[in-house]
Design a protein around this ligand. Sequence first.
Ligand code: NDP
Length: 254
Amino acid sequence: MTERAIYDLLVWAWLGVAVLTVLSLLWITAPYGRHARGGWGPQVSNRVGWVLMEAPASLAFLGFWLYGGAPLGATALAFLGLWQLHYVYRAFIYPFAVRGDPARGMPLSIALMGALFNVVNAYLNARWLFGLGPSLPASWLADPRFLAGAALFLGGLATNRWADRVLRELRQPGEHGYKVPRGGLYERISCPNYFGETVQWIGWAVLTWSPGGAVFALWTAANLVPRAVSHHRWYQSKFADYPPERRAVIPYVL
Ligand code: NDP
């Protein structure tokens, strides 16, 4: 069996797992952050959990780029740069910036599941872009698909970073509790960070025009939309004066 045939099978299998994930997340909320609870095995600190979960996405993508011959064309470097723009931050900066209860951990099982997801996802994306898919020329950077996708990617990334910063600044160093976030997109939805992240990976799917990108965008939505709904319900149950016009993750819709 060729690697390309295995890749195609993996894409379909991964789509199937995304469907199962969204169905199970409608019933079971991943047990970290405000939804943390016992019964998921040994815990690691939140910080260690985030690094363990996200570092493989950055390192594996880099590894598959090297394995693909370390292409130095403008398009390959743009793909590598945009991916790392997200994952270097998420794996090596974000975990050290969050404020919260240092005693609150994350189940090791969740961190390892996240790491496994990230390695498979890095494979599906990087192997297509740097080996199995067509080698895109520099003129791809002027293609409307690249330009529209890059606008979505960067807009989503900016929204996600802004939204994460608003949440971080709700707490003074050493504070652990929760407050109602205010301002900007928070007036419309409870989770602009998840909204921004989903838009970002839809942008990635468009700018790479790849099966790996498409399946990752679906996975992101499958993971984050149910979690946004859980967060939204949690806010409504904790804050009697929670703004009634606010939706979970899509302004005016959901
Ligand atoms: P959350 O919004 O649940 O939490 C983000 C941080 O803000 C946590 O430190 C949390 O503290 C704190 N926080 C959240 N709400 C409040 C509040 N109302 N008052 C005070 N502090 C608050 O996000 P996640 O932890 O789930 O995700 C973090 C980032 O990772 C997001 O940008 C998300 O998009 C991204 N992510 C991406 C995934 C993907 O599939 N691509 C999957 C999961 C996350 P505490 O931990 O104490 O709750």
